[in-house]
Design a protein around this ligand. Structure first.
Ligand code: UDX
Length: 463
């Protein structure tokens, strides 16, 4: 193997939107640096794949795709029965992935590295079976990696999880209440996730690199605190190149599950700068009727335009309050899905009411848009804490003691993040982080250097 062009990397992920997006963005970044990248994901993604509009077909400017079966039938509800999906994926997927690697390997075409999603820890074993060095792309905050790592390696740092009043003090993180920890490690949560994370941590010895979708300037202390344990290498933010003010040079199929309604960008063009409240809860979270009613009531009363993503529902039906659409038709737009990065980068957007999935969290940071943090589960609780107490670019929207959300609380947060001295402070800080993100990703920036080092190390292992 003599040049970077010959270096082949295989990336493996399952087909959740929040996992596909960072994998795809890293794939494009590596291709832009001369590597040949294939993404292997489950058959489900093949069905939602939209071919790129441009017809560039050169091997060196595109990401390649391969698909393998997760062992389940087409009509299986993967969103509802996540534990069954993960179990089947491990049993059937590891065999199917191994066969795929064998089929894609020849004497002169070998994979120099496999980069996997952390929630498929069995891929590490498949990589070892084929004698291929393995990296993990940690798709959540480095802070969350730190929490999982310590939870499984240093359990004495964690007080009794059954006691919700206990606080957890971990190096370089703000004090976390137990209810602010990733919900997967709470005893009340499905055991399978626990098993996955235990296997992930147990398998770390076999993983050569942990790459983090973050940047040093954002989580510097956390990254430093892990340096003597199992270091995480920040190579992000993994966002589209235009967000960083760069040209997109690599094409790839879109893997969005829903088609973006681009007309919302024209709608934003008509709104004044820093006026619009953008609301979206990612690709999984579904609001309860109470949450939808309270957000709708606050938006109806707010003296501002809003853009709200309400995905087609899969599980249950919640409805907008009657008369809401009519009453807000002059100031509001509801779409099923949008190009979120384009929306967040639009000058008309003032703030983002978000569930704090890590992609949304990072995208709002990189766009310099202050957030209203309303997390639901898993890592989102930590991300909300980071936005409010560490990055200082957001406010926390809270439920009442009985778990309900009030319209007054939504209104309070909208006001706090858009008007007055606190809003000015949040925006100033958000703009500083936007600038830091761009610097990290530009040539010679901290993340760019880390990516180049990673590539050089892969090159080193090829000879
Ligand atoms: C999941 C988990 O829920 C989350 O906690 C974890 O951090 C990542 O995996 P998800 O809930 O979908 O992700 O949220 P998020 O991480 O924010 O990812 C959603 C992605 O969909 C973002 O990249 C966002 O830009 C994109 N999106 C969302 C759109 O492109 N259009 C939309 O209308 C809404």
């Amino acid at each position: 193997m003599g040049s970077e062009e010959q270096v082949r990397v295989l990336m493996v992920t399952f087909s959740y939107q929040g996992h596909l997006n960072p994998i795809l963005r890293l794939a494009k970044l590596l291709v832009s640096k001369g590597l040949h990248v294939t993404i292997a994901t489950t058959e489900v993604a093949r069905k939602q794949m939209l071919k790129p509009k441009t017809s560039i077909t050169q091997d060196t400017t595109r990401v390649h795709f391969e698909f393998f079966s997760d062992g389940l039938t087409d009509d299986f509800d993967r969103q509802k029965y996540v534990s069954s999906l993960l179990e089947s994926l491990e049993a059937a997927g590891s065999k199917n992935l191994s066969n795929l690697i064998t089929n894609l390997t020849t004497e002169d075409k070998k994979f120099s590295c496999i980069i996997t999603n952390p929630f498929m820890p069995w891929v590490v074993d498949v990589a070892a079976e084929h004698n291929i060095p393995c990296a993990v792309l940690w798709i959540q905050a480095c802070a969350v990696y730190s929490i999982y790592y310590r939870y499984f390696n240093q359990p004495q740092l964690f007080p009794s999880l059954e006691n919700p009043n206990e606080a957890v003090e971990l190096p370089t993180l703000p004090v976390l209440l137990v209810k602010e920890l990733p919900s997967f490690i709470l005893p009340s949560n499905p055991i399978h996730f626990n098993k996955l994370m235990i296997k992930f941590v147990q398998n770390l010895g076999k993983v050569k690199w942990i790459l983090g979708n973050s940047f040093n300037e954002l989580e510097e202390d956390i990254v430093a605190s892990l340096a003597s344990l199992k270091p995480i290498i920040p190579i992000g933010p993994l966002v589209s190149q235009f967000v960083l003010g760069k040209e997109e040079t690599v094409t790839a199929a879109s893997l969005d599950k829903w088609r973006a309604e681009d007309s919302c960008i024209e709608w934003l063009d008509e709104r004044p700068p820093l006026s619009v409240i953008y609301i979206s809860f990612g690709s999984i979270t579904e609001l309860s009727q109470n949450q939808m009613d309270s957000i709708a009531a606050a938006l109806k009363n707010a003296n501002r335009p809003f853009l709200w993503v309400i995905r087609p529902q899969e599980k249950k039906s919640t409805e907008l309050p009657s008369g809401f659409l009519e009453a807000t038709k002059d100031k509001g737009l509801i779409v099923k899905w949008c190009s979120q990065e384009k929306v967040l980068m639009h000058p008309a957007v003032a703030c983002f009411l978000t569930h704090c999935g890590w992609n949304s969290t990072l995208e709002t940071v990189v766009a310099g848009v202050p957030a209203i943090a309303y997390p639901e589960w898993t890592d989102q609780l930590v991300d909300a804490k980071l936005l409010v107490d560490v990055f200082k670019t957001g406010v926390r929207m809270k439920n009442e003691e009985d778990g309900t959300l009030t319209a007054e609380e939504v209104q309070r947060c909208i006001l706090e993040v858009t008007e007055g001295p606190k809003a000015t402070e949040l925006k100033k800080r958000a703009m500083a982080l936007k600038d830091a993100a761009r610097k990290a990703a530009e040539n010679g920036g901290s993340s760019d250097q880390n990516v180049n080092l990673f590539i050089n190390e892969i090159l080193g292992t090829c000879f």
